[in-house]
Write a protein that binds this ligand. Sequence first.
Ligand SMILES: [Zn+2]
Length: 89
Amino acid sequence: MRTQAAVLYAAGTDWKVQDIELDPPRAGEVLVRVAAAGLCHSDEHHRSGDVPFAGPMVGGHEGAGFVEQTGPGRSSTARRGTAPWRTRT
Ligand SMILES: [Zn+2]
């Protein structure tokens, strides 16, 4: 599915809000419809170059939303409600 994300390609560049392709949830994962998210100071460390990363990366590892779909092995009992998350880096 297509969605939007804040993407950072390299240290010293600006975040770029753009369309990205999102895979369906894999085993143990959930698909979350994001209600709110933000870029925090941890994200800024990557942009400034203080914390190296292998780009491109999607920022906004803190947020809340609603679980829309579950991958294999995930319980369907938590399909609705807020879901704080962290992204993998
Ligand atoms: Zn943070």
